[in-house]
Ligand binder design. Sequence first.
Ligand code: PSU
Ligand code: MN
Length: 313
Amino acid sequence: MAAKAQACGDALSRLAPRLSSSVAAALSAKRPVVALESSVIAQGLPIPANAECLARMSAAVERGGAVPAVAAIVRGVPTFGLTPDEQARFLARDGVRKVTARDLAFAVTRGEDGATTVSATLALAALAGIDVFATGGIGGVHREPAFDESADLVELARTSAIVVCAGAKAILDLPATLERLDTLGVAVVGYRTDELPGFFTVGTGLRVPQRLDSATDIARTFRTHQQFGRPGALLVVQPVPARDALARETVDAAIVTALAEARAAGVVGAAVTPFLLAAVERATGGRSLAANLSLLEHNASLAAEIAVALTTP
Ligand code: PSU
Ligand code: MN
């Protein structure tokens, strides 16, 4: 018995992320908070669009009545809410590594600056008690090689949270990604849509298993999901706003070019996703970048609305 109690005690003495004062105040008062990842600003988007992304996402969360909480490992310290100096360092991306859930302990023990991907942000959000997280597109199963699969998928299966995105990044194999989410038991929820959005495109022709039409319904479903003690996330997907969406043919052609460039350059591992996103941006004459920024802001707005619904009894 004593050994068991000890084990439980150990399990509870989890590392607590450092919180900015606004994030700490909101969490302790049970006011709405939305987690944002930092890999999208330090690796996913080019300079200076990354600064625009951070400003637009933060403002969207605030307009929605919630507090934005950017996740990162700051010189070895797991953190939600960066100071202006820290933000500038991550935006300049000087020596900032891409950190997935697997890399967290290494970034901390080495005292590094680490930009957290979806998987790492989910892991930190669970420690901080933040339930809602907005991103652009999750990682998934790559088209080539198909054994390259983002750690985002398994982490979504293990972490109870609401993740708002525009589907998986279009550079991926979307049918395979949807099947993996299915196998892993991650609930994909179309927000006001029956179709999986295509990140840069409004649709993909792929059906999502569930659809909900209001933030209140999403919040209510999540509470029930938690009551079942289920570990996985609710992956809420919504399309990029139509005015900024790209046509499917444009994106498909750009991805073919991007994949050929990646193959020729021999890119592997963590560099693949940022490389492909940059190649698609070149191939679309920058239009994919405008779509990416737009969907990120749009997702931040919906996440705020859901966070508000979740904290409203
Ligand atoms: N969404 C975007 N741009 C990005 C990403 C998401 O709009 O750059 C990042 C996220 O941090 C996601 C990561 O977790 O890309 C996936 O990388 P990988 O395929 O190496 O797991
Ligand atoms: Mn990979």
